[in-house]
Design a protein around this ligand. Structure first.
Ligand code: NI
Length: 152
């Protein structure tokens, strides 16, 4: 099913989400629905709070590769970069956000298997943006500047 994406101002987006306790068919269906919702709205990442569920689950799709991250945790960071971000919960606004250039992230996959990957560039940015959603933070809360439209 396709979910409605909550907009900034909704209190659900400001909460710290709870870890996923049980990884079963229900959570896999939720991840699939999040993925379908994200693609429909042309996003590259979506976090569960954005569809009204305060649990620590994220989907990302970049370069035709899909990532399902459950209970993600950043273990290491390297470098800094500033780039433009947007968010399906903040339509029409874009902002310049400083992030770590590379992050090592540990997570459970959709079958509950523990994984650890190094990410960099846009994928690393996306991972950090989505994990922020799990901690109740939007990019507009930390952006150096915010503007309308994609151009600076
Ligand atoms: Ni977002």
């Amino acid at each position: 099913m396709i979910y409605e994406v909550l907009r900034a101002g909704n209190p659900v987006l400001k909460q710290v989400s709870e870890p996923v306790e049980k990884i079963d068919r229900r959570i896999r269906r939720l991840l699939d629905d999040m993925h379908a919702t994200m693609l429909l709205y042309n996003g590259i990442g979506l976090a569960a709070p954005q569809i009204g569920k305060n649990i620590r689950a994220i989907v990302i799709e970049l370069d035709e590769k899909r990532y399902d991250l459950i209970n993600p945790k950043i273990l290491k960071r390297e470098g800094k970069s500033v780039d433009t971000e947007g968010c399906l919960s903040v339509p029409d606004l874009f902002g310049e956000v400083e992030r770590s250039e590379k992050v090592e992230v540990e997570f459970l996959d959709r079958y509950g298997k523990k994984k650890k990957i190094w990410t960099e560039g846009l994928l690393a940015r996306c991972v950090q943006h989505e994990i922020d959603h799990l901690d109740g933070q939007l990019f507009i809360d930390i952006a150096q500047s915010v503007h309308r439209g994609e151009e600076k």
